[in-house]
Design a protein around this ligand. Structure first.
Ligand code: SAM
Ligand code: SF4
Ligand code: SF4
Length: 342
């Protein structure tokens, strides 16, 4: 039997950072066209998504997941694109849930969660993150750009709660002039619902979303906005390397997280690796190239070969993009978020 994921000594990179988290993109497709992620002008009718045969199979994903736990990975997040549009995802969850000691979660736009929440829980999913950028239909529809209504996402969140997927986190990307007025209503609503709202600074991922620093509402501004109505105080991180900075409501009723990847880089503690939909390993969200795991798998690599490969890539890692972000790096030809997985 495989040892528990948590008992492994983690492999460390050149800056001494352990390999702890793995994000796996299981599809590059999505039914939304969020303007900050898959803008319609780029991801239009003619956009060439990956062929089915290019995608890692469930067996390949599970084999990689097991290999990564041997290097210290304790947590796996399935993402995309929209992970819930990958056919039979419940089967994949079931296969991953068999890995002992693994914290398994998933990020979704929530569009099909009302239908799927119970099946996901039954398959072994423990918790879930749902993205929602506003409670105001006009604002949300302009951001998802496919006229998807807020009510259906809220229905999905309620279904996830009823199914016992807990805790539920809600991801909100905040973009200046677009949805900053939705911050306080979102905080109020999810405080009352008992879910953790995580507010994310608009990032310069990929190279198609027209990112400008002027569009970033800073984490500091976000905390001030919420705290004015519902006073907040800083809370200690749950663990080293936690992406979100935690703030709790002074009335003792809940907490929020802010993800300040632009204004307060957290590369120093970054323990995350990512596997793209077609099986490339990336050691930074802002990478410009990856390492081919799928080729290895399909060429008959042994477990020892996989091991050597993963160790080789991670021990050479020195990425710290957010710490060195500049006018020059912003213009780099970076990989799109929908492909590498958010
Ligand atoms: N489709 C799923 C969803 O939206 O939850 C999963 C994939 S999505 C790429 C993962 C997360 O990345 C979402 O919470 C999304 O809001 C966030 N995201 C996408 N583009 C972003 C950007 N430019 N800046 C900050 N967050 C972004
Ligand atoms: Fe799709 Fe998620 Fe990107 Fe929005 S953020 S376009 S829902 S992958
Ligand atoms: Fe990690 Fe790269 Fe983000 Fe820094 S920029 S926190 S190294 S993913």
């Amino acid at each position: 039997m495989t040892a528990s994921a948590t008992t492994q000594t983690p492999t460390r990179d050149r800056l001494g950072r352990p390999l702890r988290d793995l994000r796996i993109s299981i599809t590059d497709r999505c039914n939304f066209r969020c303007t900050y992620c898959m803008p319609k002008e780029v991801f239009g009718k003619d956009y060439q998504f990956l062929e089915r045969s290019a995608l890692l199979s469930f067996e390949e994903i599970t084999r990689l997941a097991r290999a990564f736990t041997q290097h210290g990975v304790e947590k796996i997040r399935l993402t995309g694109g929209e992970p819930l549009i990958r056919r039979n995802i419940e089967q994949l969850i079931g296969m991953l849930a068999e890995i002992p000691g693994l914290d398994l979660t998933l990020t979704t736009n929530g569009s099909s969660l009302a239908k799927k929440a119970r099946g996901l829980k039954a398959a072994g999913l423990q918790r879930i993150t749902v993205s929602l950028d506003s409670l105001d239909d006009k604002v949300f529809m302009a951001m998802n750009d496919v006229d998807f209504p807020v009510a259906k996402v809220l229905e999905g969140i309620d279904a996830a709660a009823a199914a016992g997927l807990a805790p539920i986190k809600i991801n909100m990307v905040v973009k200046r002039g677009v949805n900053e007025h939705s911050v306080v209503p979102m905080a109020r609503y999810f405080k009352q619902q008992g879910h953790i709202l995580r507010l994310i600074e608009f990032m310069d991922v990929g190279h198609t979303n027209g990112w400008r620093m002027d569009d970033v509402v800073t984490a500091r501004e976000i905390v001030a906005m919420i705290s004015k109505e519902m006073p907040l105080e800083p809370a200690n991180p749950n663990y080293t390397g936690e992406v979100a900075e935690r703030w709790r409501y002074k009335d003792g009723q809940g907490e929020i997280g802010v993800i300040a990847s632009v204004t307060q880089a957290f590369c120093r503690d970054c323990t995350r690796a990512r596997i793209s939909t077609e099986g490339k390993l990336y050691t930074c969200l802002f990478a410009t190239s990856g390492h081919d795991l799928r080729g290895l798998l399909r060429n008959g690599a042994s477990d020892a070969d996989l091991d050597t490969f993963i160790r080789g890539v991670w021990t050479k890692r020195a990425d710290r993009y957010s710490e060195i972000r500049s006018e020059k790096t912003v213009k780099l030809d970076k990989i799109e978020m929908s492909y590498i997985g958010g």
